[in-house]
Structures are given as structure tokens and as C-alpha cells.
Design a protein around this ligand. Sequence first.
Ligand code: NAP
Length: 473
Amino acid sequence: MKMLLDGQWVDRDKKIDVTDPFDNSLIDTVPAATKEDVETALAAAVKGFEITRRMTVYERAQILFKTAAIISDNLEEFATTIAQEGSKTITEARKEASRCVNTITASAEEAKRILGETIPFDSFPGGEKRRGYYYRFPIGVILAITPFNDPLNLVAHKLGPAIAAGNSVILKPATVTPLSAVKLVEAMVQAGLPPQAIQVITGYGHEIGDALVSDERVRMISFTGGVEAGKHIAKLAGIKKIGMELGSNSPVIVWKDADVDLAAESCVSGAFWAAGQNCIGVQRLLVHKDIYDEFKKKFVARTKQYKIGDKLKDDTNMGPMITEAEAIRVEKWVNEAKAKGALVLTGGKRKGALYEPTVLEKVPKEMKIHCEEVFGPTVNLYEIDDLDEAIKEANSLPYGLLAAIFTSNVDVAFKASYELDCGGVMINDSTDYRLDSMPFGGVKYSGLGREGLKFSLQEMTEPKVVCFYLPQI
Ligand code: NAP
């Protein structure tokens, strides 16, 4: 596939192979962008903004509605690309492609709701005979940097609202999974987006990232990825807006009055979705001692039923990790915990990039698999018997994206929802529940700002005040 620079689909002699992590087969290549390509992208994005800022809301919304229809009409093709280049099974990929249709549709709808207000200038002395209002205007060039784990829908979460607001965009997708992103941009252009409005630059973040991030022509960086890259970008960014959707280590409390079957089923899916490479994947399960054994038995039994392997088969439950190196890292973390006394209840074995869905208990608190983001198919069980202690434990790490609690007691649910320190609390769902239009983001190292179309649109626009002094009235 090619990249889109200054209105042209271009290739380069130096290419990057895009391979299927299941069998390392070559799917396609993308150009390896150079520093000169970065300059082309930046200059073109500035010109592109002169076009997008003048487009009407109706035009922007129509392009997005048409984009959603194109994806919807070609859902299986989009799903296959997601499944081939990434870790997701075809079933998981179909869900992502459908969610992308929702994300782009909601962006189109929200484009029509970018509202302002009148301002009561006469509410203090000195404001007499003044009338005015504010409206929201697009901020300019948005640099969207996206991760590998949702290679289509997380790109849509940036392009949809950026275009809805009237901005121009430079997209740098994850190097291991650029194809879904390029296909989304192709759909947007086919739907009528002026090609100058969007630049897609494919290349390694560590090679082209700094030049993009530090450039003053970029007015906002919308980044989704890991904490390390996030910190690096934040240091270099200078004076521009930053949106950061980062990692987490999500806790779920299973209280003594929970529906154990529901909790086990929901948390197995939440732990192993996309082979655990999911920013809201369940990592720590804090289970009340009265139901601990029952929950453990059901959770482990359900995990053992997981069929892992070929992502393109309908009956595969879980695919490989994104690279063998990532699977080796997870294996190391598990073995390290095992050596310090953790028990592996099921899983724990690796074959190439495939790492078995793994359940641990008695994990010492200083282990990486307890305190860092594992981003792999492993989950830890802990026994708890006091709600305050469980909440304290859930809050004990420097992350806070989503948290969850299973309970049938509304008081317990309310207490947890107020005291869990994070961007959202799911009651009787695992942390792996997200509606694309809800405000989504984290506290602490999990991020800055919120996505979720209406909320992204606030971040990607600024209010401008207009005040009329009318001495004659
Ligand atoms: P990553 O390694 O941080 O990469 C994310 C993106 O940043 C990629 O496009 C990467 O490019 C780029 N990048 C890396 N270094 C850069 C630099 N110095 N300058 C500019 N760009 C740079 O993350 P990942 O492994 O793809 O994704 C996993 C992480 O994303 C996890 O921590 C996960 O929790 C987080 N995540 C968060 C959310 C959320 O909504 N909160 C959602 C999904 C994932 P290359 O690919 O070229 O390195």
C-alpha cells in the first residue's frame, strides 16, 4: 500500500514489510517515510487546513456518513485486514470493523452539534451595551499517532472527530499494523474528503516521530499508545494541545453477592480479548473470599476451553501476540512470578507468538506482572474480604483507565464507583466494556483528556468569543 502525501498516493524504494504474526507470512508493504516526507506532510497539512476550515458542517458530515457506509458495505474486507495484520481473530475483527462504522457515524452526527452559547456581557459593570457569543473553531493540523491493537477503530476515533471539526490531519499509524488505517483513509477519500485534508505517513515512530511531534505547525497531538512513548512525546511537544490515551492495569472487584457465572464469563473475555493486548483488558481480579473458590473454578474451566491458533478461523477464540518478542516478554514475566511463588492455574506456555491464556494466583506484589501493564493474555486472582481494602488495592498502581465491580448490592456499587480512581467504572461488566461515544480516558499514567466523539470534538476545537459593542442601543 502507499502513503498519502500532498494529495498523492506515493511509494518509496525503502519499504516496511507488514506480516501476519501467526505465521510471519508477508501481507503487504508500506513505504518507509523519510524526514523529507515529514516536511512534505507538514507543509501539505497546513495547506489542507485552508480547505477543511472552509468546508461546511454539512459537507464534513456527509463525507463521514459516506465513509461509514463504505466501511459497512465492505465490512468483511476490513475485518480480514484487521485480523491478518494484527492479533485479533476474525470474530474480534468483525466487531472492531462494526464499531468503526459506529465511530465514524457518531462523528458525523456530532459534527452537527458543535455548539456555542450567548454570553451575558452585561453581567458585571463595564459590559453595558455589549452583546456576544462564542462558537467553536477547528484548531488546525492534528497529528494522530495510533497503536497496533485496534488498528482501525482507534484510528477512526481520531480521524472522525478531527474531520468533523474541520481540522486537517497527519496520521502516523503503528508500523506493525498500518494497512487498516490506510484503508480507512482510502474510504474517506472515496467518500469525498479532499485528499489534501489528510496525510498518511508510514514509518517508524523512533525515526520520524520527533520531527512530527516537535513541529510548531502541528497544533494538537492526539496520541494513543504506551506510557513510555507518551512521556517522550509530551516532553518534546512544546506549546500545543496533547491528548493522551495510554496504558493501564485494570482491576475488577468480584464482590461476595456477585453473579459468579456472569462475572467469570465476562472477565475471561475481558482478560483474553485480542490476546490481552487491550488497554482496558482485565489484569487484576480481586475476588471476595466467600466466592473465591467457586469463581476460580469457573474462571479456570472457561479459560481452558479457549481455542487458540489461526485467527482467520471462525472457531478460534484467541490469536497470537503481535510479535514473538512480545510473547517472550510475557513468558518471562510469568516465569519470574512463578519463581517467586506465584501459582499458574492454567496456561503459561508459549509457541512462537502464541501465548496460552494464563491464570495466576498468589502473585507477589513486587512482580512486574502485578504492578506493570502486562498487555498480554494473563490475569491474576487475589482474595479479598473488605471493600475498602479492595478499593485501596485497585487504586494502588499509577494507572487508572477503567475499573469494574460485580455486585448485586447498589450501595456497594455506588461506593466503588465513587472511590475507584479512574476514568470509568463498569458495574456487572468487566473493564473491557466501551461504548464508542462515551467519554473515554484515564487518570494518572493512563492518560490526559478524553476521547469519545463529542468529547474528542471539544478537545479538537477551541472557543472563539465574538463581542459587539453597540453604543447606540
Ligand atoms: P507504542 O509502542 O507506544 O506505539 C504507539 C504509536 O506511537 C505507534 O504508532 C508508534 O510507532 C508511535 N511511536 C512510538 N514511539 C514514538 C515516538 N518517539 N514519536 C512518535 N511516535 C512514536 O504502543 P503500541 O505497542 O502500539 O500499543 C500498545 C499500548 O497502547 C499499550 O500501552 C496500550 O495500553 C496502549 N493503548 C491505549 C489505549 C487507550 O485508549 N487508552 C488504547 C489502545 C492502546 P511505531 O509503531 O512506528 O513504533
